[in-house]
Design a protein around this ligand. Structure first.
Ligand SMILES: [Fe+2]
Ligand SMILES: [Fe+2]
Length: 180
């Protein structure tokens, strides 16, 4: 088990180094760092989620490459990092610009925010705008956007399940304390 965890961490570190090499400007920017303060799923921040989606997208594209399906890695990584660049706490119903149904409109907000700071390619725009497919019904038009939409769903599911597990642990601990 220890060996498995070490291998996993080593692979994640390697993927993260590649992500950094293509997007140091995004990762070191003030707004991207600001996303550490916004929760995405469970106890995972938007910052952590976006990095996880970029690594998962890269891993998926490496697997596809072994099958002869190549993709534009730099655009894949940059689009993945910016896919949730909405820059607000979507759980906070008291914020002045609150709009319900975050799931339906945040891809558009993320794209608008990203365009204010970066010169995006058409692929990067497609990745950000379409990542909520099928909730946003217009499907991705490039393979990089398909990869990110799959990686996003994979990471979001794991993060949400982790959130449930932590909540269950918290309730169990609290109940046990009440019993003793
Ligand atoms: Fe999203
Ligand atoms: Fe996401």
């Amino acid at each position: 088990m220890g060996q498995f965890v070490n291998n996993y961490k080593r692979k994640q570190l390697k993927l993260q180094r590649i992500v950094n090499s293509h997007a140091q400007d995004i990762i070191s920017s003030a707004n991207f760092k600001k996303s550490r303060g916004f929760i995405q799923h469970g106890d995972i921040s938007v910052h952590k989620h976006s990095l996880a989606v970029a690594r998962a997208s890269l891993r998926l594209s490496d697997n596809l490459e072994r099958l002869g399906i190549r993709c534009h890695k730099r655009e894949l990584i940059r689009g993945a990092l910016l896919h949730d660049y909405f820059l607000y706490d979507w759980h906070d119903k008291n914020r002045p610009d609150f709009r319900p149904l975050h799931g339906f409109h945040h891809a558009g907000t993320a794209l608008r925010n990203a365009l204010q700071e970066y010169d995006l390619t058409d692929r990067e725009k497609d990745i950000i705008k379409k990542h909520m497919w099928p909730l946003n019904p217009v499907p991705p038009m490039c393979r990089e956007a398909w990869i990110v939409t799959c990686a996003d769903k994979y990471c979001s599911t794991l993060e949400t399940l982790r959130g449930y597990r932590l909540r269950l642990q918290h309730i169990t601990t609290r109940n046990n304390r009440g019993v003793s």
